[in-house]
Design a protein around this ligand. Structure first.
Ligand code: SAM
Length: 313
């Protein structure tokens, strides 16, 4: 199997480069079946991400830039670099990860949080049934929109003045995505994804050199702590348990076996009364013995141990 030049042409046509031509500095490359299989297995072994043969064009498109930067003329040569240089492995994982995200993505989930979960927490906090400390994990946080959306919503509804303490841990495999997330600065166009109420309360608009940029304000920045974490690792270095775990639009890149293992590991970090949020395309129905759907894509532990919600912290 080879990637045909016509596949590449199609790829550039889709990216707005026009048909029949390639950008001047791009040398179309072919990947052999053997080369593709080597990358497929390496990527799966390291990250859990499964690339079926239909994704070969995508892989070529994403790796070409690295080949060009490193001056390699074949994928085989590049494979040699990736397997012998840890920095190049990191670059490759950055190149192949899909970091698409949005503020308040999948609004129905945020509505559920606002209308069903938070009122319960508030009532339980008032009656002393639960602590006022909330811990959230955004696993696969990409460039930060997900954890900052959570920070805005939680800070608005559970203010420190009412005794609430919020901690958000945000992790990702891509060091490049994490850099943007930690900088907490995005194109101003992203402001359209955030309600006026939250924009005014929690976001900053750049001026001068920062014209055209949107930045998270200090109140929400101090709630979110970023770490590099590979969900495919056998053990996670995260400590303590969480009220909410968001792992959305990440599991979709894994096969059923890897997905099941990862969700099982995540569940060890979910409090007995906690909620796991998945993406809309990530069916976890094969795990019905371990998960109970409270609405499509939002889950509790199927069997909840008898402990109090705050007994594990
Ligand atoms: C499409 S983004 C989803 C971002 C956000 N959760 C959302 O729903 O908008 C998928 C993210 O998963 C990350 N990812 C993929 N494989 C991973 C792994 N093995 N460990 C940690 N993060 C991973 C990617 O780097 C990427 O940032």
């Amino acid at each position: 199997m080879g990637i045909l030049d016509s596949d590449l042409e199609e790829m550039f046509a889709r990216s707005g480069e026009g048909t029949g031509v390639f950008p001047f500095d791009v040398q179309p490359k072919k990947i052999t079946e053997k080369e593709f299989t080597s990358f497929q297995q390496l990527i799966h072994h390291i990250s859990g991400i499964w690339l079926p043969p239909a994704k070969a064009t995508l892989l070529v498109g994403r790796l070409l830039k690295r080949l060009r930067i490193r001056g390699f003329s074949s994928f085989d040569e590049y494979y040699g670099a990736v397997t012998s240089e840890p920095e190049e492995l990191t670059e490759m994982l950055n190149a192949i990860s899909t970091n698409e995200t949005r503020f308040f993505r999948e609004p129905l989930q945020f509505e559920f949080l606002e209308q069903r979960i938070l009122p319960q927490w508030k009532a339980d906090g008032k009656s002393g049934k639960r602590s006022r400390r909330i811990r959230v994990w955004s696993a696969g946080c990409s460039t930060g929109q997900e954890p900052y959306s959570l920070a805005m919503l939680l800070l608005h509804h559970l203010p420190p003045s009412d005794g609430w303490e919020i901690e958000i841990i945000a992790t990702d495999l891509s060091t490049q995505a994490l850099e943007t997330a930690m900088d907490a600065t995005w194109e101003i166009a992203k402001a359209s994804e955030i309600s006026d109420r939250y924009l005014k309360a929690f976001m900053l608009k750049g001026y001068g050199e920062q014209e055209g940029r949107l930045k998270a304000g200090p109140e929400i920045r101090q709630l979110v702590h970023f770490f590099h974490l590979n969900l495919n690792d056998q053990a996670y270095f995260i400590s303590g348990k969480f009220d909410l775990i968001f792992c959305r639009n990440v599991l979709i890149y894994f096969n059923v076996e890897t997905r099941t293992q990862i969700v099982r590991r995540l569940l060890q970090f979910l409090l007995p009364e906690g909620y796991l949020f998945a993406g809309h395309a990530e069916s976890l129905h094969t795990m019905c013995g371990e998960l109970r759907a409270v609405m499509p894509t939002i889950y509790n532990h199927a069997r909840r141990p008898g402990q109090q919600a705050n007994a594990h912290r």
